[in-house]
Design a protein around this ligand. Sequence first.
Ligand SMILES: Nc1ncnc2c1ncn2[C@@H]1O[C@H](COP(=O)(O)OP(=O)(O)O)[C@@H](O)[C@H]1O
Ligand SMILES: [Mg+2]
Length: 306
Amino acid sequence: MRHVYSGKVRDVYELESFDPPRLLMVASDRVSAFDVVMAETVPGKGQILTAMSCWFMELTSDIVPNHLIESLPTPTGVGEDIDPDFVGRSVVTRRAQMVELECIVRGHLAGSAYKEYMASGTVHGHQLPAGLKLASALPEPVFCPSIKNAVGHDENISVERAREIFGSGLVDRLADASLAVFARGSEAAAGAGIVLADTKFEFGYCDGELLLCDEVLTPDSSRFWEADLLEPGREPVQFDKQPLRDYLETLGWDKTPPPPALPTEVLSALSARYRSAYERITGQSFEDWLSRAKAASLTGGPGCGD
Ligand SMILES: Nc1ncnc2c1ncn2[C@@H]1O[C@H](COP(=O)(O)OP(=O)(O)O)[C@@H](O)[C@H]1O
Ligand SMILES: [Mg+2]
């Protein structure tokens, strides 16, 4: 197992005993706010987000194939014993050649899209009706591509610009798949009283096949809002990270590293929120995920990705 990458939240290893090599993607309990990774970790977060992403990948696999080989890795899937720390938080995937286009879908107005709309009435260059407010629902979900610019920052671009860079055929496929997965995900969340405001997908090629990769519809890649508390024009209540944001706001922290120390109450409140998002949306119990993960890692029995 060769370590190939560590992002803000996940660590990626290559399983060299397979040909072609597979990836082991491990979601840590790290949490970030305002793009700064906190010093403390949120108990269970990596396992909960892994469970959620796997659930959504399964829910949408008829729309677009995804990179998952094993969502509950068995020792055979990993090619060696599973580190007990990885149980329930790791997936084995096909290694793809990533398409360097972030496929964002926006159903509500927030973040950088809200700023652009206020400045120009557009979102990623797409004209929207006048009179929308922060958190307003868009007339229909919009495909909003973004690329990493020369200095490594995300830059929102128009669909036309994406077509110039990546070709119309590919961009149309990415847009269709992204919008369809978003619609399926929104429906599932809505059934639980949760609004899926926006999300980001990543795709890649493997053996000539276009695959949905990375993580799908987790709180790290999406904005989830409590539907009951949604009021356009007011700052929406983030279903998952609100206790962290509220706490940080009380400190007057300038949102640059180093991050302030977090009390254990805030960390356990966050942990409970992540768990509740998973259980409400999927109708599954997190304990059940953990026991299935443990059983797979011990017996080498089939995982649900088989
Ligand atoms: N199937 C795959 N094949 C190759 N790379 C992948 C695959 N799925 C996801 N990735 C990449 O793995 C990395 C996951 O790490 P992550 O913690 O999300 O990092 P970051 O903070 O850079 O987003 C990302 O760079 C993502 O593009
Ligand atoms: Mg990422």
